[in-house]
Design a protein around this ligand. Structure first.
Ligand code: COA
Length: 258
């Protein structure tokens, strides 16, 4: 078993963080492996959606590996933050949507990785948090930025200043989780959603993802211009012709992702 397991079924790739003994904590090796797998999957046009989850019953990921981190010099710690940020950026940049199936603890870097995914679905046992403050550090893989953007300043400040954990129901109320299911139903439900997404035009999903990612990075006028450009570009594809012809012929569209 690799440290990050990848299984492709139909048009859905499932990536499983595989260090259950340490609750799937991220060391350099895991970050590099995950980065490599995201790069590979990002170039596969036969994959239309990605699921990211943790092995075992207890954790999605309990954060950066504290044992490895403890001895780092400031320069090494900065490089470690940048490596984690390369992974979060890769999650946002690959063409396919990534669904985090949060099957337990998503703490520190685990929460930050989940925050960089397109959608978070969690089990009733999930616990989110940014407990870095308890270790005498701060979040380093985007927690201070993406938690603010997703849930607002007030909630982000409270979580990052107190280091407290948030249960599944509270995560749902704050929009941190999109949905909550009993543990046994988590993967079937996530897979169902991934298959729906993967059945759409992969090109249009990529365009939509690109536009929405940019929504938080630039002013409204710039975002609207990008949307209009991508909307125009959609009309250069076979999938646009197929989608509209299928609607008018009252039959399901069969997208070819081109
Ligand atoms: N880094 C390294 N090892 C970790 C880890 C992390 N982030 N999180 C858990 N582990 C290890 C534990 O050291 C333990 O190893 P051991 O069996 O060799 O002692 C093993 O995983 C199981 O964890 P344990 O703490 O015994 O489980 P628990 O059920 O009592 O507690 C947590 C679960 C998640 C509450 C607890 O492990 C925890 O607080 N982890 C750290 C979370 C954190 O601060 N993350 C942010 C890092 S920036």
């Amino acid at each position: 078993m690799g440290i990050v397991e990848v299984a492709v079924e139909g048009r859905v790739a499932t990536m499983t963080l595989n260090r259950p003994d340490v609750l799937n904590a991220f060391n350099t090796e895991v970050l590099q492996a995950l980065l490599g797998e995201l790069h590979t999957v990002g170039h596969r046009d036969d994959v239309g959606a990605v699921i990211l989850t943790g092995s075992g019953e207890k954790a999605f990921a309990a954060g950066a590996d504290i044992r490895e981190m403890k001895e780092k010099t400031p320069t090494e710690a900065r490089a470690f933050a940048e490596l984690g940020q390369m992974v979060t950026s890769a999650l946002e940049r690959i063409p396919q949507p990534v669904i985090a199936a949060v099957n337990g603890f998503a703490l520190g870097g685990g929460c930050e990785i989940a925050l960089a995914c397109d959608i978070r679905i969690c089990s009733e046992t999930a616990r989110f948090g940014q407990p870095e403050i308890n270790l005498g550090i701060i979040p380093g893989w985007g927690g201070s930025q993406r938690l603010v953007r997703l849930c607002g300043l007030g909630f982000a400040r409270e979580l990052i200043y107190t280091g407290r954990m948030v249960g599944a129901q509270e995560a749902l109320e704050w929009g941190l989780a999109n949905a909550v299911y009993p543990q046994a139903e988590l993967m079937p439900k996530v897979r169902e959603m991934a298959e729906v997404i993967a059945s759409k035009s992969g090109i249009m999903i990529h365009y939509a993802k690109t536009c929405m990612n940019r929504a938080l990075d630039q002013d409204l006028a710039g975002g609207l211009r990008l949307e209009a450009d991508m909307f125009g570009l959609a009309f250069s594809t076979e999938d646009q012709t197929e989608g509209m012809e299928a609607f008018l012929a009252k039959r399901p569209a069969l997208f070819k992702h081109r």
